[in-house]
Design a protein around this ligand. Structure first.
Ligand code: FAD
Ligand code: FES
Length: 263
C-alpha cells in the first residue's frame, strides 16, 4: 500500500450525471501520481455530525492539475450531503488507500465488467490499459445497469477506443438482461486467453466469480464493505476468505483474485 496522506482539497468541478449520480473533480491532492486503478479515497463529509468517512474509488486522475475525480450515487445520508456540496467547498481526503488491479499480459484479452456505480475503478483501469495496448480488440468494456440512466459517462468510456458492450435489465439500452449474460456470451465466442476484472453490486460479483471459476479464467474483483476507519485498524470491513480466516477489505483489498473471498 502506498503512503497514506490526509489532505484538505477543494471541489473544483461538480457534474450532475442524472439519476442521483454525481461527479466531483477534487484538487489539490499531492499523491495523485501514485494512485493506481482500484485504489480509493476516504472522504470526510464536512460540516456534519457524520463521524465516519465514506470510501470512493478513484475514477480518474489529472496529475498536472493534482486532481482526482470520483463518481458517486446518492445512497444514504453521507452521499446525500455530499451531493449538496458545490465547487469551492473543501473536503478532507485520506488516501490513496487499498491495493490495485494487476494488468493483463500482452496475450490476454481484458474483459472489464462494470455494474452500476462499480464503473469508476473499471474505467480507470481501462484508461490506463488503452494507451499501452497494441491491439485495441484486446479489451472489452462491459457496462450494465437497471436502465439506460444507470450507464453514466458512456461517451467518455467510448472515447477510450475499446469495444463497449452495454446491458440493461429493462432493455432500454444494449443487451436486454444482466451484463453477466453478455459476458458469458462473449467468453463462449472468444479464442485465446482472457482475464476478467469486475466491480459492481454483490449479485453481479458473485456471478462473475462463479463464471470465472467455472471457465478457469483468471481475474480480479473489486469488493465493497462498510469502512469506518479505512486503514486496517477497526476490523469493520472484514470478509471471509475461501481458504479460511478473514481479510480486511480496506487494507488487503479492495481488489481480490476470483475465488479468493467467500462471496
Ligand atoms: C472500496 C470502496 C469503494 C467505493 N467506491 C464507490 C464509488 O466509486 N462510488 C459510490 O457511489 N460509492 C462507492 N462506494 C460506496 C460508498 O462508500 C457508499 O455508497 C457510501 O459509503 C454510502 O454512504 P452514505 O452515507 O450515503 O450511506 P450510509 O448508509 O449513511 O452509510 C454507509 C457507510 O457509512 C459508514 N457508516 C455509517 N454509519 C456507520 C456506523 N454507525 N458504524 C460504522 N460505519 C458506519 C459505513 O462505512 C457504512 O457502510 C465504495 C465503497 C467502498 C468500500
Ligand atoms: S475499515 Fe477499519 S479495518 Fe477496514
Amino acid at each position: 500500500m502506498s503512503k497514506i496522506t490526509v489532505e484538505q482539497a477543494t471541489i473544483e468541478r461538480k457534474k450532475e450525471l442524472g439519476n442521483s449520480y454525481f461527479a466531483f473533480e477534487i484538487s489539490p491532492f499531492s499523491k495523485v501520481k501514485a494512485i493506481k486503478p482500484g485504489q480509493f479515497v476516504h472522504i470526510k463529509i464536512p460540516h456534519t455530525d457524520i463521524y465516519f468517512r465514506r470510501a470512493f474509488s478513484v475514477y480518474d486522475v489529472h496529475p498536472q492539475k493534482k486532481a482526482v475525480e470520483i463518481i458517486f450515487k446518492v445512497f444514504g445520508r453521507g452521499t446525500a450531503l455530499l451531493s449538496r456540496l458545490h465547487p469551492g467547498d473543501h473536503l478532507d481526503i485520506l488516501g490513496p488507500l487499498g491495493n490495485s488491479f494487476a494488468f493483463p499480459t500482452k496475450k490476454e484479452t481484458a474483459l472489464l465488467v462494470a455494474g452500476g456505480i462499480g464503473m469508476p475503478p473499471i474505467y480507470f483501469l481501462a484508461k490506463e490499459l488503452a494507451p499501452i495496448m497494441t491491439n485495441k480488440s484486446k479489451a472489452v468494456f462491459f457496462y450494465g445497469g437497471n436502465s439506460r440512466t444507470d450507464l453514466v459517462e458512456l461517451a467518455r468510456i467510448k472515447r477510450l477506443g475499446i469495444r463497449v458492450v452495454t446491458a440493461t435489465e429493462d432493455g432500454s439500452l444494449g443487451f436486454r438482461g444482466l451484463i453477466t449474460k453478455a459476458l458469458a456470451k462473449e467468453i463462449d465466442g472468444l479464442s485465446g486467453d482472457c482475464r476478467i476484472y469486475a466491480c459492481g453490486p454483490e449479485g453481479m460479483l458473485k456471478a462473475v466469480d462463479r463464471l470465472a471459476l467455472e471457465k478457469s479464467i483468471p481475474g480480479q474483483l473489486s469488493l465493497e464493505a462498510p469502512m469506518p476507519c479505512g486503514i486496517g485498524i477497526c476490523l469493520g470491513c472484514i470478509l471471509p476468505l475461501t481458504a479460511g480466516g478473514y481479510t480486511r477489505v480496506c487494507r488487503e483489498g479492495p481488489v481480490y483474485n476470483v475465488g479468493e473471498v467467500r462471496l
